[in-house]
Design a protein around this ligand. Sequence first.
Ligand code: BG6
Length: 496
Amino acid sequence: MNADVRSLSSHRPPPAFDLVLFGGTGDLAMRKLLPALYRRFGDGLIAAGSRIIGVARSAHSREAYLAQAQAACRQHLGADYRAPGWETFAATLGYVRVDATVAGDYAALAAILGDRPGVARIFFLSTAPDLFAAICRELAAAGIVTPESRIMLEKPLGEDATSARRINDTVGAMVGERQVYRIDHYLGKETVQNLLALRFGNALFEPLWRRGQIRHVQITVAEQLGVESRGEFYDRTGALRDMVQNHLLQLLCILAMEPPASSAADAVRDEKLKVLRALRPIGEAEALIKTVRGQYRGGIVGADKAAGYLDEPGVGAASRTETFVAIKAEIDTWRWAGVPFYLRTGKRLPEHVAEIVITFEQVPHSIFEGPFSSQPPNRLVIRLQPDEFITLRILAKSPGEAMRLKPVDLALDLGESFKGRPLEAYERLLGDAIQGNLTLFMRRDEVDAAWNWIDPIRAAWDADEDGPRSYTAGSWGPAASSALIARDGFAWHDEQ
Ligand code: BG6
């Protein structure tokens, strides 16, 4: 079947595959990819004859690699780790030493892969992006990339439109666009796919999903964590590139896109692209009004003391890198004209939470006594993590003689309603790549459009003499973030 007509709901028996993990000893492979594959194995989703081949520069024996993989699965799966299956799973695992930049090293990989007609061949590039070009070039030169092969690319996909173009050009010179699986792990989250279900599985919301009915939208992805061991990377990157360019914009797209004709990959990706292209540009003149950037100083997060960003290992002493961003985004379409989308993300915030809050218009006229302002508008809250629930705030009469209205929540706890184990993002994404389903992966033009909106904001910040505003670790970011939204007469959900 052509990947074009594959949809989100495709349910076919899993085909056998060869999966080559570049960066096979790295953090992502150990923390996420191998545990995700082991879970798939436990669910009977790894077809007989499949192989998983870790590739890295160090000279590990296969036994040493297996031991490292097993320890990682044990550690990261916790109670879900099933010891009895390990030996069978381990039989699918191999290791090859390859220095990505050394042409001669690829012969060993080619020999192992051999010629296996009908077996899907997937290369997962979980390395620094500056190695993507060399890997693609050498794979092609060694004759390992077949027309059916798939290349999975982990973020960051460049640091601006130009570097992303360079990466995509190089990859595109080796393989066709339909062979490229660009990962945004947020699209692999069950909860994010639930947004599609909420919007397009229920007729209820469609007539309300527009200007005139929705007053404003907030998207918050807050982390308690700091930069952990990634100080050096993060200091070059910052929250705008690390979170907004990809995860927050993808959430925005799914919320704001027109209903696609089907869940086929290009039907969905075409609609997301239109949203990205309709985002009103934020240039130098607007950036200081419509954006806020912050950087945490020392404080208390939860019950723990947290060091300031400038004291994190790998971070420059005078760094101006932002660890917090708030943006007022606007979408210039008939559906969304005049409806602001407030985006907010940051590290060392008081909670670990990702949620979307949709505030509807106020009733046009009140027939009840009491101040009009005491009737807060309906509000839909979609909590994506750490727990998954949806609440709809409505007004109801509170008991008693007086006709007094009080807000109450209609609440749906999805974790409670469905007892099944939710798939981890990488389980889902690896499964989709093995099946050849591109719906949850970003197409090149989406990545370009996202960077085209982000780059002018970055440039405006770089030109601004003032750096990011300081905020205390454990707070909701700089006061300017509250001011950004207050100027329009609103408040962040957590400040109401
Ligand atoms: C990654 C960012 O893409 O997403 C990290 O590089 C961030 O900085 C992470 O911590 C957040 O993902 P999640 O799934 O924990 O919300």
